[in-house]
Design a protein. Structure first.
Length: 316
């Protein structure tokens, strides 16, 4: 990516719904230049802004990470079937193509139980299932991965930063779910298009997006191709930490710029993370130096990612 592209991506990380005019003023270029650059990045699959739900402010939503092992010939088909679900995201093939790592966010326990207790166990190609409930997110969600994208100065970041949310739990109605479904596919969809899809007036769309953002339930993240930033090594870490050191280890791990996601979970390992490195040597150094020096570390499992089947809440 060129320097201007990186600045644009950084700006979108700060506020994914910021207008091209506002971003252009901060970057010191024309609005047409910003719009053209974003369209090119969007069309090539390099960057996509998506609206996401933060389950902490929905009161009853849960986040789970499933670790499925399948027959090698069926792994991709199972992953693609999971990718069609609206409640799954960040689906990856790992460990030589025999393992699927799938994140799921659902407010409906019946839907969760049907998938975990009925659908997946009945799938003959699935040989084992580990379901980990996410207990605390150290890196991810609204505090997502910025990688080395620090192209904007502090004053530019401050100018683009939206006001902090009230962080008050709320219930969603059917109109909200329809609106959020559209934003999950394209977080920068115009108000007019959102009004047409929801049947609301544009002013209602604006007001509802503002309300959802102010509550903390809705945030805008950026999906982008990390390989274009020079990261050829994409690895999932499953780490066991002594309970007394879990918070310290998770917090320390999340501070590292190569960590895209880190969370405390249930299960045989209690800390999972996604790390991006330039190559295998850099991954080795990261595990031995960074992970190995964390407090309370007992075991570390590494699962190299071979393919990303689904990144955001919806398929492209």
């Amino acid at each position: 990516m060129e320097t201007l592209d990186l600045k644009l991506v950084h700006a979108l990380y700060v506020d994914g719904r910021a207008s091209f005019r506002r971003i252009a003023a901060v970057l010191g270029v024309s609005e047409q230049t910003v719009a053209r650059r974003y369209r090119r990045l969007r069309e090539t699959g390099a960057v996509r802004v998506v609206g996401r739900l933060d389950p902490r402010y929905l009161g009853h939503a849960e986040e789970w990470v499933m670790r499925l092992r399948c027959a090698p010939s069926a792994t991709l088909a199972v992953a693609q079937a999971l990718a069609q679900r609206p409640d799954t995201y960040r689906i990856r093939l790992a460990s030589g193509g025999t393992e699927i790592v799938c994140h799921m966010q659902t407010p409906d326990q019946r839907v969760r139980d049907t998938l975990l207790l009925d659908t997946l166990p009945a799938t003959r190609q699935v040989t084992s299932i580990d379901a980990h409930q996410v207990l605390r997110v150290f890196r991810g969600g609204p505090d997502g991965w910025h990688a080395p994208i620090t192209s904007l100065g502090p004053e530019q970041v401050a100018e683009l930063t939206p006001p902090p949310p009230d962080q008050a739990p709320l219930d969603l109605d059917d109109g909200d779910r329809l609106l959020l479904g559209e934003l999950a596919h394209d977080g920068r969809m115009h108000h007019a298009a959102l009004a047409a899809s929801t049947g609301w007036h544009e002013s209602t769309v604006r007001r509802r997006i503002t309300h959802l953002r102010d509550s903390g339930a809705l945030y805008f993240g950026v999906d982008f191709d990390e390989y274009q930033l020079g990261y050829s090594s994409h690895t999932v870490l499953w780490i066991s930490v002594t309970p007394a050191a879990l918070d310290a280890a998770g917090t320390a791990l999340a501070r590292h710029p190569h960590i895209a996601h880190a969370a405390a979970t249930t299960g045989p390992t209690n800390l999972m993370a996604t790390v991006f490195c330039a190559d295998a040597d850099a991954l080795y150094d990261f595990i031995t130096d960074r992970v190995g020096s964390l407090p309370g570390i007992q075991t570390v499992q590494t699962a190299p990612v071979l393919r990303i089947v689904k990144r955001a809440a919806t398929l492209p």
